[in-house]
Design a protein around this ligand. Structure first.
Ligand SMILES: [Zn+2]
Length: 135
């Protein structure tokens, strides 16, 4: 099997070092509570690089939320009916609904962005973890 490209590994939430192991258990919109694996199931990379590492993902998630709020607000203004423009609760409820709908994606991709693009010294190593699985 050919290795994934950097973008494919990012989209599929794969480990940044081997691009084969899953970062999360389950899917984003399953009924089970989604969890981040402690180690990569393929190359055994520890995803939480240091204690409190994933707290930084909150800042990434915050930026993603602001972008979503602005997008939903502008889109609802452009696409909304003229009579609804004056109603503040129209925007508030629409934005809250949109942010709640996007929260599983924000949870996942804030951590994936942190691991793939914002962690110094964590790079793709072709073939990492393959020896573990050959035995
Ligand atoms: Zn890995």
């Amino acid at each position: 099997m050919a290795d994934l490209t950097s973008f494919q590994a990012f989209i599929q939430c794969k480990c940044p070092r081997c691009r084969k192991g899953d970062i999360f258990t389950g899917s984003a919109y399953s009924y089970k509570l989604q969890k981040t694996n402690i180690n990569c199931p393929h190359c055994n990379l520890k995803f939480e690089r240091e204690p409190g590492f994933f707290y930084v993902a909150m800042f990434v998630s915050y930026a993603m939320n602001v972008a979503e709020i602005i997008t939903i607000g502008v889109a609802s203004y452009v696409l909304g009916l003229p009579l609804i423009y004056e109603n503040l609760w129209y925007y508030v409820s629409l934005i809250l609904f949109g942010v709640l709908l996007c929260s599983p994606i924000n949870y996942r991709y804030s951590r994936v962005i942190l691991l793939h693009y914002l962690t110094p010294g964590l790079h793709y190593v072709p073939g990492s973890g393959d020896l573990i699985h050959k035995v």
